[in-house]
Design a protein around this ligand. Structure first.
Ligand code: SF4
Length: 383
């Protein structure tokens, strides 16, 4: 059941005081999520990082596995990003990579490109903070250890620099006392507190059930009691007359607002003229697959291991063949180099079905995300 509360905002989250600047961009889907490394000195049992990334030194720009800065910037441009949120793992494990990215982003997209970062306190020192600050970082968010106060004091180092400083915590329903203690400690030391409704993660290393946490209902990833704790903590802070702005970021905000806004931004920019964009930003299009790359079992693995150049040449030859049989404009058929297929309109694939079947192709109408992984939501084969 939805919780009605006067602190609820139009983004389906709750805030007392103003939203942190990084969140203002994020809720509108204007932030690129830059995952700089999966390596982290901590091993939290609730860690939401996926198995593909956890404790691995990999870089992702949104869903795109990035090989270099060129990939990162291409993804930022593809969504017309107004800033980025740097996350991990712990970005401070790869400090040079992180500062390099900040500097290059500011140079490329301009000073107003807003960059915030999430980090634990483990690797924080005045020297590391200074490097981040001089690189141009706008906002820093610390994930404090709920079970140990040992490093909390390091937080104060961040106030030596002219940027926004916040604390960001997962709302573990059994940690009410500990989070209250953190609020008591930080309320006059940082600019904001961000509380995240806890969600079950689709990975092998986190185990929330073992700690007695369960999802709200069958259709939700959100953990029962987490949102309620967040609201209680906002009231706690108010009862103590603390001035610190608090934002309770809900699972609903992440899915229904932030992600959906980003998807729509990406769709508008990357869609081909022949694509149909639905109201959620998903793209509906026709696709001609080579039989060896028909979506199904091990599809992604086959694509990963394929000799792309060889198959792109093959697809080019097919387009020439189609051109000899049909009248069409150059933009009506596009080779998708990632998925090694030909894209065209839904109307076109239906109209010329017989011809494409004779060419021994696999025909489908797909509904997919406009993101780098082009995740298919629906596939309707026409063969
Ligand atoms: S600090 Fe963050 S990234 Fe590191 S293990 Fe904990 S939850 Fe995962």
């Amino acid at each position: 059941m939805a919780i009605k509360n006067k602190l609820e905002n139009r983004f389906h989250s709750y805030n007392s005081g103003k939203l942190p600047k990084g969140c203002v961009y994020c809720v509108k889907g204007e932030k690129l999520v830059l995952f700089v490394t999966g390596v982290c000195p901590r091993k939290c049992y609730f860690c939401p990082v996926s198995d593909e990334k956890y404790q691995k030194d990999v870089v992702f720009a949104n869903e795109l596995k990035a090989r270099n800065f060129k990939d990162i910037f291409a993804e930022a441009k593809a969504m017309n990003a107004k800033g980025s949120g740097i996350t991990g793992g712990d970005p401070l494990v790869k400090l040079n990579r992180t500062t390099d990215y900040i500097k290059k982003s500011k140079k490329y997209f301009g000073k107003k490109f807003h960059i915030h970062i999430y980090t634990s306190l483990n690797l924080v020192s005045e020297k590391t903070l200074k490097k981040l600050y001089l690189a141009g970082l706008d906002e820093i968010r610390f994930h404090l250890d709920l079970d140990s106060k040992k490093l909390w004091k390091k937080l104060e180092l961040a106030k030596k620099f002219n940027w926004d400083v916040g604390v960001e915590l997962p709302l573990l329903p059994n940690k009410e006392k500990e989070i209250m203690e953190i609020i008591d400690y930080i309320h006059d030391k940082v600019d904001f507190l961000n509380l995240n409704e806890l969600e079950v993660a689709d990975n092998n290393h986190s185990n929330l059930k073992q700690f007695g946490f369960h999802v709200k209902n069958k259709t939700s990833y959100a953990i029962k009691g987490s949102l309620e704790l967040g609201l209680k903590l906002i009231n706690y802070s108010k009862s103590k007359k603390y001035k610190i702005p608090i934002h309770l970021c809900t699972a609903k905000l992440k899915d229904a607002v932030q992600l959906s806004n980003r998807i729509k931004r990406e769709a508008k920019i990357i869609k081909h003229d022949f694509d149909i964009m639905d109201k959620e930003g998903l793209l509906i299009r026709g696709a001609l697959y080579l039989p060896e790359f028909k979506p199904g079992f091990s599809y992604r693995k086959k694509l990963k291991n394929a000799n792309k150049e060889k198959y792109i040449k093959k697809l080019n030859r097919l387009i020439i063949k189609i051109k000899n049989k049909l009248k069409f404009n150059n933009n009506d058929f596009v080779i998708d180099k990632n998925k090694l297929r030909i894209l065209l309109s839904k109307k076109n694939i239906i109209k010329n079905k017989e011809l494409f079947l004779k060419m021994n192709l696999v025909l489908a109408i797909v509904t997919e995300y406009p993101t780098a992984d082009q995740f298919e939501v629906e596939l309707e084969f026409l063969n």
